[in-house]
Design a protein around this ligand. Structure first.
Ligand SMILES: NC(=O)c1ccc[n+]([C@@H]2O[C@H](COP(=O)([O-])OP(=O)(O)OC[C@H]3O[C@@H](n4cnc5c(N)ncnc54)[C@H](OP(=O)(O)O)[C@@H]3O)[C@@H](O)[C@H]2O)c1
Length: 494
């Protein structure tokens, strides 16, 4: 069950959100009375409530907004109990002074906005001694190992326990709480209105992660990155799981660089089946692989890893995705056919440029690479046997194929392009790896100049589809991924 938190300044807004959420099928809400700017009118909030609720009134020290006296706060809590609220949230230090009464269930809570303490188990034991129906611990996560502590605690608890790690790193505990035995998790009414660090919206929990469908048999997949919040992996892969009715979930794992080795080891413990890997781990992860496909070895980076019995297997799906997307403009060619005699200009010398240069090299194209750091371009040129040029010289090349492997033109810099329009020639192939938006300025100029264009979405969808296949052994229709990407990026013309 997802409990949605309502934190509004006026009674009428609290009531309206409560009603709306119940209509949306929400079965439990938390009324944060500390957000109400006037004295809370509890009978008004609880009378005719459209679905059960928890009453919570947090002090500032516990992350709340209550600015009146402690005496009045306790009066509010006691009144809610007297009015027969379904659940009352009581912090550890006051739980002993507010006894059980009527049918109101007691949720005994502990908050720590600084850290996830080592002695989580003994804190939990203390809370269990305060006559709880449910114990709730919310602590700040700084490392992925904090999540693991919380999962173990929930799994082993004898009293129903909700263990939430706050912050971006803690997101997995919010999504997987139910799988590890928690009676419910918390979410916000809207994405922009977080009441605690790292909270996700009710819609995200319900529609992307399908929280209510997760159970102890749900297989865990995910993406490791740092930061991870903007990563589209959870959105597109979850759409694939939904479409193919798979009992799988795709989690955003924020893993700092230093935690990679630990995380890969702990993944087996957690039963994680496979991971999408992105910045900053794509290259580093290669040292931990026991098997790797040819592209991983050639590029020196993996974007997909699978945990097989006793082995960690790595793949690079940017490489086949680039090749397949490029082939769409050569309808009469065989797939992956040689590009002998074609001149290609690659802009950028980062991660995606490496996969592209590796692919082009294998197809015998005549490649020039240009980046704002000439040293980086020269180093890639040496490795992939091509020609580096200075960034300011890039428009002097008259390539058959132009590839943008920089983020220039990416949202929100929509009016930027890496290659002046006047240098685009009719018939040239223009391939932009930027996928948000799909219609970048470079792509628009390319179309206007009668170039053949390939978009970042064409490549993104393919790399995600290859990844999905490695992770699950099944294929997902490209249209599903494309539609989901379009919804997520909100672009008008994807
Ligand atoms: N469609 C797909 O499937 C797909 C897959 C992966 C990536 N991408 C896209 O590809 C782009 C690059 O990704 P990446 O992972 O390769 O990133 P990266 O490793 O950070 O490399 C980016 C490259 O672009 C250069 N660059 C950045 N800003 C620039 C600017 N304003 N002017 C000139 N050069 C600039 C960087 O130069 P410095 O080294 O000097 O910073 C670097 O060479 C991103 O837009 C990403 O969304 C698309």
């Amino acid at each position: 069950m997802i409990c949605v938190c309502i934190g509004r300044g006026r009674h009428k807004h609290v009531l309206a959100e409560h009603r709306y959420l119940a209509e949306q099928g929400v079965r439990l809400v938390e009324l944060r009375l500390d957000y109400i700017r006037s004295r809370p009118n509890i009978p008004r909030l609880l009378r005719d409530r459209p679905c059960p609720c928890i009453v919570t009134c947090r002090r500032e020290v516990d992350g709340g907004q209550w600015s009146d006296t402690e005496e009045n706060r306790r009066l509010v809590l006691r009144t809610a109990i007297a009015e027969g609220v379904d659940y009352i949230d009581l912090e550890e230090d006051i739980a002993g002074e507010i006894p059980r009464f009527g049918k109101t269930k007691r949720l005994i809570s502990y908050h720590n906005f600084r850290e996830t303490p080592e002695d989580l188990a003994s804190i939990h034991e203390r809370l269990c001694g305060l006559d709880p129906d449910i114990v709730k611990l919310a602590t700040m996560a700084h490392r992925p190992s904090d999540n693991l502590k919380m999962f173990r605690l929930m799994e082993e608890a004898q009293v129903p326990t909700i263990g939430i790690c706050m912050g971006e790193i803690g997101a997995p505990t919010r999504i997987l709480a139910g799988k590890f035995g928690a009676p419910f998790t918390y979410a916000t009414f809207q994405h922009e209105r977080k009441l605690a660090p790292g909270q996700m919206s009710f819609k995200q929990m319900r529609d992307v992660y399908r929280y209510d469908a997760l159970d102890k048999d749900t297989e865990i997949y995910g993406v490791i990155a740092d930061p991870v919040a903007q990563n589209l992996g959870p959105i597109v892969h979850s759409a694939g799981f939904r479409t193919l009715k798979m009992n799988k979930v795709f989690i955003p794992f924020r893993v700092p660089r230093d935690d990679l080795a630990w995380f890969l080891e702990a993944s087996r413990d957690l039963g994680i089946r496979g991971l999408s890997v992105t910045v900053p781990h794509k290259e580093e992860v290669v040292r931990y692989l026991s098997q790797a496909d040819g592209a991983v070895r050639g590029i020196g980076a993996a974007n997909t890893v699978i945990f097989e019995e006793g082995a960690l297997v790595g793949y690079n799906t940017d490489f086949p995705a680039f090749n397949e997307a490029l082939d769409t403009v050569f309808p009469n060619y065989e797939k992956g056919q040689s590009l002998w005699g074609k001149t290609v200009l690659v802009l950028g010398a980062g991660g995606v440029a490496k996969s592209i240069l590796y692919a082009l090299r294998r197809r015998d194209a005549e490649v020039t690479v240009s980046a704002r750091s000439f040293e980086r371009a020269a180093s890639l040129a040496e490795r992939f046997k091509c020609r580096p040029i200075q960034w300011f010289d890039r428009v002097r090349v008259e390539p058959d194929i132009l590839i943008n492997a920089t983020p220039i033109g990416m949202h929100p810099n929509l009016d930027e392009t890496p290659f002046d329009r006047s240098h685009l020639q009719r018939g040239m192939i223009v391939f932009d790896t930027v996928f948000h938006p799909e219609q970048t300025l470079l792509i628009k100029h390319g179309r206007e100049q009668s170039c053949r264009v390939i978009t970042g979405v064409d490549m993104f969808v393919r790399q995600a589809a290859f990844q999905f296949e490695h992770l699950t052994g099944q294929s997902v229709p490209h249209e599903v991924l494309r539609a989901e990407l379009k919804r997520a990026t909100g672009a008008a013309k994807l």
